[in-house]
Design a protein around this ligand. Sequence first.
Ligand SMILES: Cc1cc2nc3c(=O)[nH]c(=O)nc-3n(C[C@H](O)[C@H](O)[C@H](O)COP(=O)(O)O)c2cc1C
Length: 332
Amino acid sequence: MLSEQLSSTAKPATLPTFWVRDLPVYGDVILAPMDGFSDWPFRSLCRSLGSAMSYTEFVRAQHIVQAYEHMALRLTYEEAERPMVFQLYGDDPDELLEAALRVQDKNPNIIDINMGCPARKVIYTGAGVGLMRSPLKIARIFRKLSNALEIPITGKIRLGWGGCKNYKLIAQIIEENGGQAIAVHGRTKEQAYGGQADWDAIAEVKTSVKIPVIGNGDVKVPADIDRLKAHTGCEAVMIGRAAVGNPWIFSRLERDSVSPEAVRQLLHQHLERHLAFYGAYKGMVLFRKHAMQYLKLQRFSRRVRTEIITQNDPEIFLKLVDEAYAGLGQAD
Ligand SMILES: Cc1cc2nc3c(=O)[nH]c(=O)nc-3n(C[C@H](O)[C@H](O)[C@H](O)COP(=O)(O)O)c2cc1C
């Protein structure tokens, strides 16, 4: 059933939905970059189910320059994921350039600069949303990278920091300095991930630049995709948290309409990829946060969920999953 779903959704539309410079993108829904989530196992499944392109988790430019081999896992992808976006963060234009030049050996389609992360350890270095306080630095970063690299450079921003909601200015600076697309998370640094995303502000960015704009924030169900597009005129929509435990959102399926058997099969497949990618122990531990979301959205008792999630042995874990889902079938 999974393979049927995958093959039916993986076909590209005839015409590109939009272009990032000369790179065609087929589709208007994209998995958001998420540290700790948008790794190869999850990204590749989302891409198969309809996410139009793949963004890595953010990677610190300094780590690439100083300890490249440790970053290799975060930049691992499969061909079917293309267009493949490597997201970098940092605050030093020269270091970002050096990192971008280095990762070219892994052949990404796009380099994206993170200007939205509100985490203290990131903004104290001047990176993430910290960059939005230094428009001139953003100009230098985009000018340098777009002059030196053959692939397109894009950016992901927030609305601003403090009273300074300079999203329109930053979007224009990105475009004027060679940036080829902008993703906008419609929240300020202070909002972090709470409160309501401001779709009017995303619409303002859209009318301020000619390059494609990807809207992000508060997309929770399939209907929100078209609502955000209609509200803002954005070329595409990015989905983060609502995709965890629910990658079917990229096929515009309501979570309730996905059969328990399809969920069980995908959970198996996701775990298999995790174990292959991270190794048995780490793979199982890191899978728990995904498993919690898959199972939470099912009608299992807390006892059953806890029993499954605290299991360290992958074989027993999958056996318990199968038993739980078989029980659901009987209840139906
Ligand atoms: C756990 C987590 C990790 C994130 N990591 C990144 C990241 O590495 N790069 C980035 O640009 N945004 C990151 N984000 C922000 C998301 O890409 C997205 O902008 C945000 O979650 C809002 O979208 P949503 O409401 O659909 O979740 C992260 C968000 C979460 C919740």
